[in-house]
Design a protein around this ligand. Structure first.
Ligand code: EPU
Length: 421
């Protein structure tokens, strides 16, 4: 086990390169198994534990994986199983994309229920509703989602809730169904668009991703292709918030500024200077920031995955801030850790009421989930004294080399082995 030891209070200066988007990569890798001819060469793949986990799962299905520097080549032509039942499948969330991918290509899938961060109830009823609408029979037995279809036929599907996972999963299956599928009330996140673009590069016929309605004309087969994953909106937002929290001047490189608009707007409202360039953003902060109210919403609203870093920044911003978490019911558990550092935050259900304090002080913290872990790193970086963050395996699932990137900005942070966690 490892922990991060941070000697806080240093301003951040310099440039960092944002990696490929985790939540796009973890959908595109399972989607690659839909190629029945040729290989998929994927570029800008982030070096994170969730990607390694998926690669092991694909190997267990007899895919051939060749790893390069931020690239992965997937040969899925010799898949010999539609059963994904390993510990890795049960550990991570995105393994559920194998349901849609296997169903599309083989008309059956037997995939164990996924794991993922403990941030609230995470039902998959909308995924199941979509698969059933396409003609599949779905049952859940002994922790495995069993899906089978004699034929998959396009359908009109209106999702009851806006779900990233259901939108992508049903889009995967529909790409290889007979006829036309129309998905309504879909998620519009950049990674949904990226998966649709990837499928189209493989030969699919998908239009409308990024709007409320996606129209998919099923094709007979998909082929391998080369594809580069978009930059990670959430990683970029995390570094922007860290720069605002610590003060200094940071250039966040290799991003799509349009994807950052809700975060940029909030930081500007707080008094941070944010300058957008073509594929980078400069963040300048003197740490004298004012509190704001934030409500998490599906894209293009403020992303729930940046809520915890933002709440941490607001803990040291002037006056009272209210943060409302509208996507996940338990994404404020990390607040107890911030309180150890002197934060004044009261949580009532899905709302956090934050009264800004002058400073945080270093403490021993435990990462409770991926984004909470990143928030604790930010808290440690801006706090006075030493902070230790344990259970950083959560952080490694989604942030490539976080301590290396912060070191490049002048932070005093190191990774050490520990028995804790
Ligand atoms: N929901 C349902 N039924 C469903 C699916 C979702 O009620 O069948 C509800 C959920 O309970 C939640 C809301 O719909 O309240 C949104 O869930 P969504 O399906 O969009 O989330 P997800 O696909 O499970 C992905 C990301 C999450 C991110 C959410 C929201 C991946 C692997 N995970 O999860 O990312 O928070 O979308 O944007 O893409 C993270 O990266 O830290 C993370 C948790």
């Amino acid at each position: 086990m490892e922990k991060l030891v941070i000697n806080g209070g240093k301003e951040l200066f310099g440039k960092i390169d944002v990696s490929g988007a985790k939540n796009a990569a973890v959908a595109i890798i399972p989607a690659a198994i839909m190629a029945s001819q040729g290989v998929c060469v994927l570029d800008n793949i982030p070096d994170i534990e969730d990607v390694q986990c998926l690669e092991r799962i694909l190997e267990s299905l007899n895919c051939k994986i060749i790893k390069g520097n931020n690239t992965v080549t997937i040969d899925s032509t010799k898949i010999n199983s539609v059963h994904a039942n390993t510990e890795d499948v049960r550990r991570m969330r995105a393994s559920y994309y194998l349901n849609g991918a296997l169903l599309g290509r083989f008309r059956e899938a037997y995939v164990d229920l996924p794991g993922g961060c403990p941030i609230g109830v995470r039902p998959i009823d909308q995924h199941i509703k979509g698969f059933e609408a396409l003609g599949a029979t779905v049952t859940i037995e002994h922790g495995t989602v069993k899906i089978k279809a004699d034929r998959l036929v396009g359908a009109n599907i209106f999702f009851d809730v806006v779900s990233v996972g259901a939108t992508i999963n049903v889009m995967l299956a529909a790409a290889l169904a007979e006829g036309t599928t129309v998905l309504e009330n879909v998620a519009k996140e950049p990674h949904v668009v990226d998966v649709a673009n990837f499928l189209n590069t493989m030969g699919a016929n998908i239009k409308g991703a990024g709007t409320d309605v996606i129209r998919i004309v099923g094709v007979k087969e998909l082929k391998g292709c080369s594809y580069s994953v978009i930059p990670d909106q959430i990683e970029a937002g995390t570094y922007m918030i860290a720069a605002a929290a610590c003060g200094g001047e940071v250039v966040v490189n290799n991003i799509i500024p349009k994807h950052m608009e809700s975060i940029t707007a909030k930081l500007i409202e707080m008094g941070v200077e944010v300058i957008e360039n073509e594929d980078s953003i400069v963040v300048r902060s003197n740490r004298s920031l004012k509190g704001v109210n934030v409500k998490t919403l599906p894209y293009p609203g403020f992303p729930t995955d940046v809520q915890q870093p933002m709440t941490t920044l607001l803990a040291v911003s002037r006056g009272r801030s209210i943060v409302n978490e509208s996507i996940w019911e338990s994404r404020f558990k990390f607040v107890d850790e911030l309180k150890k550092m002197g934060a004044n935050i009261k949580v009532e259900g899905r709302t956090a009421i934050i009264d800004g304090v002058d400073k945080l002080t270093g403490a021993m913290l435990k990462a409770t989930d991926l984004r909470a872990g990143a928030a604790m790193v930010i808290a440690g970086l801006m706090a006075e004294g030493i902070t230790e963050v344990t259970c950083i395996d959560h952080v490694d699932r989604g942030y490539p080399h976080i301590e290396e990137k912060f070191k490049m900005l002048g932070a005093d942070i190191r990774r050490v082995r520990t028995e804790d966690c």
